[in-house]
Design a protein around this ligand. Structure first.
Ligand code: NAD
Length: 356
């Protein structure tokens, strides 16, 4: 075992610290533990040194459940006392940039942060530049690409057994852009194997009182009707309103469907008449969770043993596509070329109750 890496957690809400018990009978294998805290505790290379939340009641509650003594309401104080090498961040989006900058300035070398990273391209670029300059490792909370079943399906797609991948359809329901679709967009980038986007056509529905300001700010987390994204490698992708949390991969010789967050993976070959053969199902026996996989991967990357499962370019492209979806929608669902998307378009992620 390597020397344990001092790890601190900021934000003890649902993603940060809600015990897995809440989801035990409702999610497929490979999802639990999902909270940052349980994942840190389970990882033998992490030494938990400090948890922090502005909300004292929540802090005390979590400290009691997990028997953690070094607790803080001020994350800057925690950073200066504990000096973590690894900082895990599960606050809402507005706070993330400042926390990342302060963590890196305090000597952190590994950051895990929930999606979305920021609410505009300008901010996203600033964060990624800062991370790059510090040569830090950045993990990003787009869970599915770290799940064993999604990764095994990607190997099948890339093997060429079923010909080329032609289209990707993501069915994550009629849901909010910043809250849900960083996941959809990430799956598109993951399976297409590229971060090079050609153009985007999309329609969103905005809250009735939300208007774009002259500064290109919109105080909303719009609901996405549809988005069509053309990638430079010829693959196209659709974010549909379809429900079920499914990912459909249309290849030349088969359709592969990952149902309901990898509850089932189905393959249907296309026969000579163009019809679908009977389905067969694959089970990849995902024992470790997505969050465990990315934490292990970040540490292995830190130890120069593995390549990171996600690149900063993919994180940036995710933000480009989100802005492109809103910009197309604001322009009557016109097809938007990638270089037309304004960097300063800011989408707050406010759904009328809370921020993403
Ligand atoms: N990966 C996923 O599947 C997934 C799912 C849901 C939410 N998310 C994302 O995770 C993030 C957190 O979501 P959540 O539902 O856990 O939110 P939450 O509101 O339940 O928790 C956020 C916590 O951060 C604390 N906080 C805020 N500012 C702080 C600061 N400066 N210092 C210390 N603590 C601070 C709050 O008090 C709160 O307890 C959001 O950005 C959300 O979009 C990701």
């Amino acid at each position: 075992m390597v020397n344990q890496i001092k790890t601190s957690l900021i934000g003890l809400g649902r993603m940060g610290a809600e015990p897995s018990k809440r989801l035990e009978s409702s999610v497929p294998s490979g999802w639990l533990p999902i909270s940052h805290l349980e994942t840190i505790i389970k990882n033998k290379n992490c030494l938990l040194e400090g948890i922090c939340d502005l909300n004292k009641k929540r802090l005390n509650e979590i400290s009691k459940i997990y028997g953690i003594k070094n607790i803080y309401t001020d994350y800057k104080q925690m950073l200066s006392i504990e000096n973590p090498k690894f900082v895990s961040i599960a606050t809402r989006t507005n706070e993330k940039k400042e926390i990342i900058f302060n963590s890196l300035d305090n000597g952190a070398e590994i950051i895990y942060v929930e999606k979305p990273l920021a609410s505009s391209l300008v901010e996203t670029k600033k964060i990624l530049e800062y991370v790059d300059n510090k040569k830090a490792i950045l993990g990003y909370g787009v869970n599915r690409r770290y799940h064993k079943s999604y990764r095994e399906v990607k190997k099948i797609v890339d093997s060429g057994e079923f010909g080329n991948l032609e289209q990707i359809v993501i069915e994550h329901g009629y849901s909010n852009l910043l809250w849900s679709h960083p996941h959809s967009i990430d799956l598109i980038l993951f399976f297409s194997g590229t971060h090079q986007i050609e153009n985007i056509t999309a329609k969103c529905n905005f809250r009735s009182d939300c208007k774009l300001t002259d500064e290109l700010f919109i105080d909303d987390d719009p609901l996405v009707e549809f988005a069509k994204i053309n990638l430079r490698n010829g693959i196209s992708a659709i974010i549909s309103k379809g429900r079920g949390l499914n990912t459909r991969l249309y290849l030349q010789k088969a359709i592969i469907t990952i149902y309901s967050d990898a509850y089932k993976v189905e393959i249907r070959k296309i026969n000579k008449s163009g019809y679908l053969d009977n389905p067969y199902f694959l089970d990849f026996n995902a024992i470790k969770s997505c969050t465990e996989n990315i934490f292990e991967n970040m540490i292995n990357c830190y130890l120069n043993k593995e390549k990171l499962m996600i690149s900063n370019k993919e994180i940036l492209t995710n933000a480009v596509v989100r802005s492109g979806i809103v910009f197309s929608s604001l322009n009557n669902s016109k097809k938007i070329e990638i270089n037309q998307i304004p960097d300063n378009l800011k989408i707050s992620g406010f759904n009328g109750f809370a921020y993403a």
